[in-house]
Design a protein. Sequence first.
Lengths: 501, 414
Amino acid sequence: MLNPDDVAHLCRRTGFGATAQEVAFLAAEYASLPALVDALLADSRLAAAPVYASPPPAMSPPACASVEPYFETLAMGRWVLDRMKDARFVRSFVTTNGVRKKKKRKKLLRQRAAEEASRASWPHPLREKMVLFWHGLLVSSLDKDLVYCHHSTLRAQNLLFREKGLGDFGALLEATSVDPAMLYYLDNWISTKDNPNENYARELLELFSLGVGSYSHADVVAAAQAGTGYTINPATGVDHVFYSPAHDYGDKTFDARTGNWDLVGRAGGASSLDLVEHLVTANGKGQVAARTLAKLLWQHFAHFTPAQSVVDQIASAALASGRVNVTAALRAIFTHAEFYGPAARTGKLKNPVEFVVTLLGALNLAAPYDAEQRLDVVQYLMSDMGIQLFHQPNVFGWWRRPETRWISLPAFQSKQLAAGYLALVAVQNAAHPLLAWVRGAPDSGAAAMFSALGAPQPAGSPVLARAVRLLTDLRAAGADDATTAIRAFQFVASTPQVQTN
Amino acid sequence: MNPFTHDVTRRRFLQALGAGGAAGALASVLPDELMALARPLPLGEPILVSLFLGGGLDGAHMLVPSGANDYGHYVGQRGALAVDLAATLPLTADASLNAVMPRLHARAQRGEVAFVRGVDLLGSSGFDPLSHFDKTDYVMSGRSTPGGPSGIWARWADTQPDNPLLLSTVSFGLPRMFSGGAKPQATSLPAALNFALGAGSTRDETLLAAALEDLASDYSATSSALDARLAHSAKFSIETTRELAGIYPAAVPNESALTRSLRVIAALINANLTGTRVYGTVHGGYDSHENQRYDLEQKLLPDLDASLEAFFAALADPSPVVVMVWTEFGRRPQANTSGTDHGTCNNVIVLGPRVAGGVVGAQPSFDSAQLDANGNLRGAIAFEQIYAELIDRHLGGDSRAILGAPYAPLHILR
């Protein structure tokens, strides 16, 4: 029997939280945290290409003057939020733990497998979390004209992160390097041997793999030359194509080695050197890339200030196969003692996406949209929280600064408004549990809200007492059910217990 | 009557101390002294607005090197991307402003704009000068050598009386220039205040606000723990919102984000409630690797021109206000297809009634023979000189102590 607190912590960090039932099941079913982590990573949904019960929304053909790219990308954002909200670790509660008879155990396993297979389209929390991680790291943003004109490339990029976000980092980096959204966002589509453009080459080295201090300006220039010719198919505007006349087949010196460097090794030149491959393999710059990635992943999943020794341990696990592997890094993080230690336990604020997904989950709402007014209030508010999906402010992304920057007046205001708006949407349904909670006794109503928001409070908790008092005061002031529900939900959503992860 | 009664403000500032997290330094200050924090700025107290254009605006596309010798080299490097002199408005014998900025040109003609050319981090090392983020960090820290992460205005604020709103930014998050000080003196304000918990709110809103404010009493005001910071931030946010709600300007349809944030800053200056001495706002989109002419001439420079004009027009009294417009670096002299890669030095624009206008500093040469090893311009004026000028001749303070060394005056402020 595992410590349920450890299991709940793991589920909050690797996903978007878990219900009490899920936590109890996982705690009872697995003998050790490594066994649980292995089981989560071995989930059949992660091994296969993702299955979508509802496909990502369709997008119009390229158009620059229209407002549709904006609204269709908002729709994509809602699809992403809904998947996160629907993500579940546990697809079957059939337990085999403690069943000794082989036959019986086999039967149970078959039953569980059947249930799990029937739920293959349930989103896996870790996959959703990793899509968000890459979205905030390997940045392409709608807030650039050519991306806006070709906004369906952002949809495609999001699906790419779903398919390649775990496992071999090289495969992801190679696909991203020629991904149309990235080709537009960092201008590589326009880079030719006569006019190499350094934008992608620089960020590939500085932000996506090595980090400042591990490359020179000459390396940036060489990488830009190596990337020439990887461009967009002009016939469609949204597909990658390699155009050999624009590629520089000459010798370039990268990382002190002179040869025919080629960004992703598809140019077909004589004895070419694959640059992205060099970045991710142990006999190239893999050690550096592994450390960069290990630190970013640790910061994303555990806490912001890992000791170098911890980073080195994660990096070495990531590189154990000779190539940087994302899943190996994650396994090392989730099984690390410090992941369950005090710094990791108390040092994490929910990022704006996690916060909004928590609200949607608590109220069991799909991300709302007012089609008549074309209004997506929640995603609008998210920009003031610090993250608006598909609108990264620049290539620096979202994860490289301490998340305490998300504690601010603008963020507080927009989180309040989002909680109030979603509660307002919820109470339009007269049968919504939120109304039932405030109609009952204040203490059980307040407790139900904390539990729904993933922060169950023990009896006697001071913050629970404050919520009870607010419910009582609202009633005494004559507030109706809906108003009481909205204000109480805003309060509970704003407590540190719900804001932290 | 000033709505900022002593009682309200005292309570507000006492609580606000907890909001920044590193309140320990202030814990020893007596409450009576804290009351003094509420004082609005005395008439004419100098104010700085730092407008950061992230991405690296091409300074030469804005202030064209039109001197007889310079222009040929500039055209030689930029080719078709070079600005035609016919599309510029002359300022001096060797500098002309892009004609898409007529309002800034008119202000310059009135002697209220200093264009400082060739500004860079000089003699610095230990960072990547062509990285947006490394360079921004270093420039915002105001130190040429690696020396701690604190920002230039955070260090200046450490020398000033306590006020959690002394440095206020109207854009998301605190920029490095406001971060890392010993005292919590910086706040991020939104471009629009929507949280209706001010005067005139309904009874249920008042109860919610009171409950949220009370959360802070469960946590130490001096704790840097995440939960304590969140609880105190809630209280600070509500109290600040309540007091500022009435002064935020109404939204204008189709207003640019840049104009909006500058108009909010103007309204805050006019209201004189917060005691803010340095305002910041950060905007992006200036990284013109491609499509430079269209982006700059059709969108970004006209927006900057209109926004600066709207800002000064909105100020009740512009006389104490100096605006610094800057960007982390300029662009590579040699153009690529339709844009330019990352470069080095750039222009810094300082404007306001107190400014001794003109074009300051030599135009860095676009002559290939004069460029650095990476093909970039060579700057001759240090960012620290701008900071020293703003501290010594405007805000007040000891620039030598804050910057760690003396810097030659530029004489761009009267």
